[in-house]
Write a protein that binds this ligand. Sequence first.
Ligand SMILES: *Cc1c(COP(=O)(O)O)cnc(C)c1O
Length: 385
Amino acid sequence: MEEIPFSRPFLAGTEVGYVEQAAGQGRLASGGAFTARCEEWLANATGARRALLSHSGTGALEAAMMLANLGPGDEAIMPSFAYPTMATAVVRQGATPVFVDIDPDTLNIDPEQVDVAVGPRTKAVVAVHYGAVACEMESLLQIVADREDVTLIEDAAHCLLASYRGRHLGSIGDLGTLSFHHTKNVTSGEGGALLVNDPDLCERAEIVWEKGTDRKRFDRGEIDRYTWVDVGSSFAASEITAAFLWGQLEIVEEITARRLAIWNRYHEAFADLEAEGLVTRPKVSDGQEHNGHLYYLILPTPEDRDAFIDALRAQGIAAVFHYIPLHSSPAGLALGRSAGELAHTDGLSRRLVRLPLWAGLDEESISRVIDASRSTAGSGTGFRV
Ligand SMILES: *Cc1c(COP(=O)(O)O)cnc(C)c1O
């Protein structure tokens, strides 16, 4: 029986040709024609004031923490149910991640917990839109509204072409980050972008991007030499990465449509299991336009979840867990702190399983995943241990 991988890139077939074209143009560092095209496309698609292409989503998060001016003694509030580099980006600035609980319906940061945790040391609030379903941005915006020194950052790694009430995710806070990692909807292998929404941060973002220099202004002919003016690093993606990504961006509508179709198939197939109390499906409220980035089920107990993953693996299907909580991880305990109870994070992260979902998943594989999931979740044998 053929293995069904958890994730696999869906290629347009044009990507390598674009890389050759970039090579032929003789500019392989950042800032060539493909970089400009991708950045313009991303700014248009998201509504961000500026999009800066990065070598990774992680790089974009690190740049965001620099722009938020985090330093020793400062704190950044974030969900514990998140990817580790959100926290490392804070720690690298010498600041402290403060972990709060999630809303059990969306697995997104709970604004009430943020409201309690926010204090004089808070310099940033970081939200992850899990599975491209939006956080309660209105509430988060309100919490930071009268705190000019607090930067609101959206980790929109999952969110290309996802919106809430017409606003693209990642374009609502001061800054947003995207990822084009191999597992994301659109990929350049490694890659990412920073979305700059606060106009006051645009100029500094360019400097941080260009290794702390005003090189971008020099490239535009605004100054006659460039020099070191601020902190920064080498966050840019190369032209090779940008060229590959361009091929992917050209088919993003198709990728999204395919993923949404699979997502909807899964969602319908498990409706009766949810009605019987055997699984909980993702909740998507009105006004949410997600992009089919991931499909998960919540099982009744951690033991059920582990047995489910094992049972699917035995049938050649890679289903995986997601986010070991940051607050109880070795580095989280040493370098961060928790605010309030994190009961939902602890409970749900141990009961969640993600199913294979990628644009090239064929009909036969989709049916196999559905059948295996239904029989495992629906059976008493080897499931309820
Ligand atoms: C993938 C991901 C990241 C990291 O992005 P990279 O491009 O792999 O560095 C950060 N946050 C979330 C929520 C992610 O899914």
